[in-house]
Ligand binder design. Structure first.
Ligand SMILES: Nc1nc2c(ncn2[C@@H]2O[C@H](COP(=O)(O)OP(=O)(O)OP(=O)(O)O)[C@@H](O)[C@H]2O)c(=O)[nH]1
Ligand SMILES: [Mg+2]
Length: 322
């Protein structure tokens, strides 16, 4: 049995190996992606983003527990966790820390955890994350939780990749409206105020709701808007990820969001955008590397030198080079 067949059959070691190939963008990795692609499109992709140390990894751990032990006679779902660039300088040694926070999940065959560093990702983090997500989707995980530290562009990229995006805030970090990064509310489908055991939860909630009301004038009732098929009003939910409090409600909101996405046609629209984006990224990379092969480093340096001396213009230099 080759690697791809083994992954489709659910072999974890093969899955880990294949993810490494895909991350390194090897020819074998690309060929595997081609074969896996027809098996993708089933998983619910959920992005979890937010400032460093707000409790994303702890929350992801708790969410996974809920999916594994849902109660109410619902069937347990298979969960993959992709932690992107978990080397936050704030919590230090986060990779090891994440393993500790996620140790409750160790030994559960229905859970697969993978860390990915942005450094070393051939062709950029967006490409390797998208590729890893395809592999996990094809491997049959019902849910792929993608954790990423909110640091500007990366969270927007993840939102583009995910069907549902959770933005995690914590008291003391989001009280000041200025502190909530511009754009983050636009990507949030569900807002979580974690560390609800800390003082200042109400302030953080109030700040978030004030911002939501500005963005969504209809957002006055402020609860999960699962009953609406027309539009989705991002709910603001509390959690204590260190104990698991609030995790079940967040899972309910994630499920409600999936229902909304499907009934409104938004699921298809996001899928279209996501694949369009994947294709455009690949095309750009291919064109740039093809162009690089046909032009010498010296020629590029000459052009830049001429630009510095103002003997040519950026447009002229570009025409000269391509
Ligand atoms: N009191 C309290 N502590 C929490 C809660 N959630 C997480 N923590 C703690 O906060 C610290 C950071 O939690 P993480 O889950 O690593 O946070 P993170 O957002 O994944 O951190 P980075 O990935 O480094 O950005 C850990 O010491 C957790 O135990 C909570 O709800 N209440
Ligand atoms: Mg983390």
């Amino acid at each position: 049995m080759d690697l791809v067949d083994a992954v489709l059959a659910g072999d974890r070691l093969s899955l880990a190996r294949l993810l490494t190939q895909v991350e390194n963008d090897t020819p074998a990795g690309r060929a595997a992606l081609d074969r896996l692609f027809p098996h993708t499109g089933r998983a619910h992709l959920v992005g979890v983003t937010g400032s460093p140390g707000t409790g994303k990894s702890s929350l992801v751990n708790q969410l996974a527990q809920v999916y594994r032990h849902p109660g109410d006679e619902q069937t347990a779902q298979r969960v993959a966790i992709l932690a992107i660039d978990p080397s936050s300088p704030f919590s230090g040694g986060a990779l090891l820390g994440d393993r500790v926070r996620m140790r409750d999940l160790a030994g559960d065959a229905g859970v697969f955890i993978r860390s990915m560093a942005s450094r070393g990702a051939v062709g950029g983090l967006a490409r390797s994350t998208a590729a890893a997500v395809h592999v996990l989707d094809a491997a049959g995980f019902d849910l792929v939780l993608i954790e990423t530290v909110g640091a500007g562009q990366s969270e927007v990229d993840i939102a583009r990749l995910a069907h549902t995006t959770l933005v995690v805030e914590a008291p003391g970090m989001g009280d000041d409206i200025q502190a909530i990064k511009a754009g983050i509310l636009e990507i949030a489908d569900i807002l979580v105020v974690n560390k609800a055991d800390h003082p200042g939860v109400e302030n953080t909630e109030r700040a978030l709701r004030a911002m939501l009301e500005m963005g969504h004038p209809a957002h006055k009732g402020l609860g999960p808007a699962a009953d609406s098929h027309e539009f989705w009003l991002p709910p603001v939910l509390r959690s204590i990820a260190s104990t698991g409090e609030g995790a079940a409600e967040i899972v309910s909101a994630i499920r409600a969001h999936a229902v909304y996405l499907r009934t409104s046609g938004e699921w298809r629209r996001r899928e279209y955008e996501r694949l369009q984006n994947t294709l455009e990224t690949l095309i750009q990379q291919a064109l740039v590397s093809r162009w690089r092969e046909g032009v010498s480093e010296e020629k590029i340096e000459n052009c830049v030198a001429q630009l510095c001396e103002r003997t040519t213009t950026p447009y002229q230099a570009m025409k000269e080079l391509i």
